[in-house]
Design a protein around this ligand. Structure first.
Ligand code: CP
Ligand code: NVA
Length: 308
C-alpha cells in the first residue's frame, strides 16, 4: 500500500503517470462525465489547520469520484483533547477507505500512516505540500511551460519551497530559490533533493538574490511570507522580506511570457504586487482549479496501488 506524504517517495515516472491521469480526469469532468472510480468509498479529511482550497477540492473530488468526504476538524475530534494520533489512526482507518491530513509536523503524517490500514495523503505539513505541487506542475503542462522549465521561487524557505525542490529534483528541471538570509530551506531536505538531482540531472540553485533567480526564468513563483502558525512573527518577517515582493519590475527580468504561479492564499503588497497577481490571474486560478483534478488522480492512483 502506498501513501502520498511527500514527493520524495515517488519516481519521476509515477509523478508523470499521476499528472497524465489528472489531465484525463479533468477532460472527462469538463465534458460532464464523472466516472465513479471510487464508488462508495469514504475519504476522511482531518484538518489541524485552516483551509479553503484543500478542503473544497478534496471534498468535491471524492464526491465526483462516486464517494463521500468526511470533514474532521481536530478541534472537534478527541484528538484535540489529547487522544493519541496512533489511536485516532487505528480507529478512523478501520472505517474509511482513504485519509487526508493537514497538520503541523511531517512526523504526525508518518505516524498516522504507520498505524493506518488505508492510504494517507498529505494535505500540507510544515515541511511539504505535495498535492499542491501536483496541481502546479499540471498547470505548467497545460500552459506548455513544462518544456525545459527554469523555475524561480522567491520568498520564504517553507513547505512550498521544499515541495518545489523535490519536484525539480525528481523531474529533473532547473529550480532557483532566493530567500532572505535566515529564511533558507531546511538543510536536510535540500541534501535529499540534491541527491535526487544528481540522478535526474536537475539544476538546483540556492541563493539570496531574487533578481538573479528570476533573470531568464520561464516560471516565477512565490508563497506567503507568514505561513500558518507563524502569525506572531508577522512584523519581523515583513521587515526581513523587504525587496522580495514579485512586482512588475521583477517580472520583466524573466523570459517574456513567463508564467507566474501562487498556491494561494496570496497577500498582495507583500509577496506579490496587485499588478502581477491580476496580470497572471488566469494561470493562478487554473492552478487553484487543478487542485481538484490532480487530487482526484492521486486518490485514484492510490486506490489502484492499494494491493500491490
Ligand atoms: N493552497 C492551499 O492549500 O490553500 P488552502 O490553505 O486554502 O487549502
Ligand atoms: N506556506 C503556506 C501555504 C499555504 C497553502 C502555509 O503553510 O501556510
Amino acid at each position: 500500500m502506498r501513501h502520498f506524504l511527500t514527493l520524495k517517495d515517488f519516481t519521476k515516472e509515477e509523478i508523470l503517470e499521476i499528472i497524465e491521469l489528472a489531465v484525463k480526469i479533468k477532460k472527462q469532468t469538463k465534458k460532464g462525465k464523472f466516472k465513479p472510480y471510487l464508488k462508495d468509498q469514504t475519504l476522511g479529511m482531518i484538518f489541524e489547520k485552516s483551509s479553503t482550497r484543500t478542503r473544497v477540492s478534496f471534498e468535491v473530488g471524492i464526491h465526483q469520484l462516486g464517494g463521500k468526504g468526511l470533514f474532521l476538524s481536530s478541534n472537534d475530534l478527541q484528538l484535540g483533547r489529547g487522544e493519541p494520533m496512533k489511536d485516532t489512526a487505528r480507529v478512523i482507518s478501520r472505517m474509511v477507505d482513504m485519509v487526508m491530513i493537514r497538520t503541523f509536523a511531517q512526523s504526525t503524517l508518518e505516524e498516522f500512516a504507520a498505524y493506518s490500514k488505508v492510504p494517507v495523503i498529505s494535505g500540507l505539513s510544515d515541511s511539504y505540500h505535495p498535492v499542491q505541487l501536483m496541481a502546479d506542475y499540471m498547470t505548467m503542462v497545460e500552459h506548455g511551460k513544462n518544456i525545459a522549465p527554469i523555475v524561480a521561487y522567491v520568498g520564504d524557505g517553507n513547505n512550498m519551497t521544499h515541495s518545489w525542490l523535490m519536484m525539480a529534483a525528481k523531474l529533473g528541471f532547473e529550480l532557483r530559490v532566493a530567500t532572505p538570509k535566515g529564511y533558507e530551506v531546511d538543510a536536510k531536505i535540500l541534501e535529499d533533493a540534491l541527491a535526487f538531482a544528481k540522478e535526474s540531472g536537475a539544476v538546483i540553485k540556492i541563493g539570496h538574490d531574487p533578481k538573479k533567480a528570476i533573470k531568464g526564468a520561464s516560471v516565477v513563483t512565490t508563497d506567503t511570507w507568514v505561513s500558518m502558525g507563524q502569525e506572531a512573527e508577522k512584523a519581523k518577517r515583513v521587515a526581513d522580506f523587504h525587496g522580495f515582493m514579485v512586482d512588475e519590475k521583477m517580472m520583466t527580468l524573466a523570459q517574456s511570457g513567463a508564467m507566474f504561479l501562487h498556491c494561494l492564499p496570496a497577500y498582495r503588497g507583500y509577496e506579490v504586487s496587485e499588478e502581477v497577481f491580476e496580470a497572471h490571474a488566469d494561470e493562478i486560478f487554473d492552478e487553484a482549479e487543478n487542485r481538484l483534478h490532480a487530487q482526484k488522480a492521486v486518490m485514484v492512483w492510490l486506490d489502484r496501488n492499494r494491493n500491490k
